[in-house]
Design a protein around this ligand. Structure first.
Ligand SMILES: Cc1cc2nc3c(=O)[nH]c(=O)nc-3n(C[C@H](O)[C@H](O)[C@H](O)COP(=O)(O)OP(=O)(O)OC[C@H]3O[C@@H](n4cnc5c(N)ncnc54)[C@H](O)[C@@H]3O)c2cc1C
Length: 457
């Protein structure tokens, strides 16, 4: 039995003081060993479990033959960002979760192989020149996150001219402003997006659709045949407790945006510091909370703790992220629910949290947290709230007849919204999900847009 290879990591006591990548990637020797573990199943469940259906056994066979160029090309046909997805996909729930080898042994490390090929292609400048037959029809894409980027690539391959409109001053959505450098280096995001520029996708920054331009204008003045809305879920949820407006309280999105997009992680080489102080409390137990806590530690906080209202078992973050956080000396204070943030002269000083006990399982399958009426207080310098995100309502508020549900998610049928010719996908439809699910939605929307436009000609 050949054992699953272990990902080499930066030392835990060094990495919690820098923003360099934590996971270092497999060496070539490990890639060969890992590829040789694939059973090459007749009915590859890993392909079905991948939201963009990459032909995984095929690219692994090509790795075994040392044909890395072909292996990269096999992935790139289905996934335009293997360097990104190899790093951030929750593979344990997708391809690796379905790997047949995983039933009796450990699954093949598919994500690490994908990452290797993405990096190999960038390092060796391997890029498929695509033969695009132009059809002279225009589609507008709103939002440059994974859903928008993937829809644009699929539509270009079908011959459409694609314009991506992005509200921020740089492209990539959460890949750019949310996921920290130590998990996803910005150089990988830059290079994989640059490849899309080679496909002649037009990128427009600083353009908020719903403010700078409206959906009506895109149709009537710019003559787009269809619009794909991929605006994500970037609006933070609030705790709705006293003291949330004190200095020192951040929402994870604004905190991470300041650190990533505005490059506070490079201070003093960037002019945008962010103050965290010595003791930081992060509220929430998901992946965003883990990212915020690990960033705060790297920014120099002496003590960072996660406040979560259930127990360790119920933490929704990926196990890998929780383990990395523990190794980096992030503390977990569990069964605690913040009820008040207390300050002096408008400056945050203390968090007051109610002790919870766990009751019967609720509809989420986790034990319901029940208030006990007993409290604990902790002295803190800053508090980062990471309890989830909702879609931003700008587009809904400025577009007549665009139907959304009670959580402001756009309602679609076969990727089409309530407005003919307007399609939507990614987090704006599903609520906060994953990079690869957003990319899958972008691909499916491109097919629906193609059918729709053909039917109108
Ligand atoms: C901190 C954090 C960490 C995460 N980590 C992971 C991870 O490790 N693995 C994983 O799979 N998923 C992760 N996710 C989730 C994942 O990033 C999202 O599910 C994914 O990015 C959704 O893609 P999207 O294209 O739908 O939206 P987004 O990535 O949110 O992109 C939407 C884009 O639209 C732009 N936009 C919004 N409104 C407008 C407008 N009116 N006009 C023009 N542009 C607009 C936004 O500025 C943004 O650039 C993480 C999320 C966060 C917040």
């Amino acid at each position: 039995m050949i054992k699953r290879q272990t990902m080499p990591l930066q030392d835990k006591n060094i990495r919690n003081k820098n923003f360099d990548e934590v996971a270092l990637g497999f060496e070539l020797k490990q890639i060969k060993i890992e590829a040789s573990r694939c059973l090459n199943c007749k009915n590859p469940l890993c392909v079905k479990a991948c939201p963009v259906n990459i032909n995984i056994p095929k690219f692994i066979k090509e790795i075994i033959k040392d044909d890395y160029e072909e292996a990269y090309s096999t992935i790139y046909k289905e996934n335009i960002m293997p360097g990104v997805c190899g790093r951030v996909c929750p593979q344990e729930k997708q391809c690796e979760g379905a790997c047949v080898l995983g039933i009796k042994q450990e699954s093949v490390s598919i994500g690490a192989l994908e990452r290797f090929l993405g990096d190999y292609s960038l390092e060796n400048n391997i890029f498929n020149k695509e033969n695009i037959i132009e059809n002279n029809l225009k589609v507008a894409i709103v939002g440059s996150g994974p859903a928008g980027l993937s829809a644009a690539a699929s539509l270009r391959r079908l011959g459409y001219s694609c314009d991506i409109y992005e509200a921020l001053h740089d492209f990539g959505g959460v890949l750019r402003y949310g996921i920290p450098e130590f998990r996803l280096p910005k150089s990988i995001v830059d290079e994989e997006i640059n490849r899309l520029k080679n496909l002649n996708i037009n990128f427009h920054k600083n353009t908020i659709i719903g403010k700078t331009l409206t959906v009506d204008q895109l149709f009537n003045e710019y003559n787009y045949k269809a619009i794909f809305v991929a605006t994500g879920a970037g609006l933070p949820k609030s705790l709705h407790i006293k003291g949330e407006n004190l200095n020192g309280v951040y929402y994870a999105n604004e905190f991470l945006t300041r650190v990533n997009l505005m490059k506070a992680y490079q201070f003093p080489n960037s002019p945008t510091p962010i103050k965290v102080g010595d003791v930081v409390c992060v509220v929430g137990g998901g992946n965003v909370a883990m990212d915020a806590a690990r960033v705060a530690k790297r920014l120099g906080a002496k003590e960072v703790f996660v406040l979560y209202r259930r127990d360790m078992e119920a933490l929704p973050a990926r196990r890998e992220e929780i383990n990395h956080a523990i190794e980096e000396k992030i503390d977990f204070r569990l069964c605690l629910n913040p009820v008040e943030l207390i300050g002096e002269d408008y400056i945050l000083k203390t968090v007051k949290a109610e002790i919870m006990k766990l009751g019967e399982k609720d509809s989420s399958g986790r034990k319901r947290p029940i208030p006990t009426g007993k409290y604990k207080t902790f002295k803190i310098d800053s508090c980062i709230i990471a309890i989830g995100q909702n879609p931003n309502p700008i587009l809904k508020n400025t577009t007549n007849n665009l139907k959304v549900d009670q959580k402001d998610r756009i309602i679609v049928e076969n990727c089409q919204t309530s407005i003919p010719g307007v399609f939507a996908g990614g987090d704006i439809v599903t609520g906060a999900a994953t990079v690869i699910e957003a990319m899958g939605a972008g691909k499916r929307a491109a097919e629906s847009i193609n059918k729709y436009i053909k039917s109108t000609l």
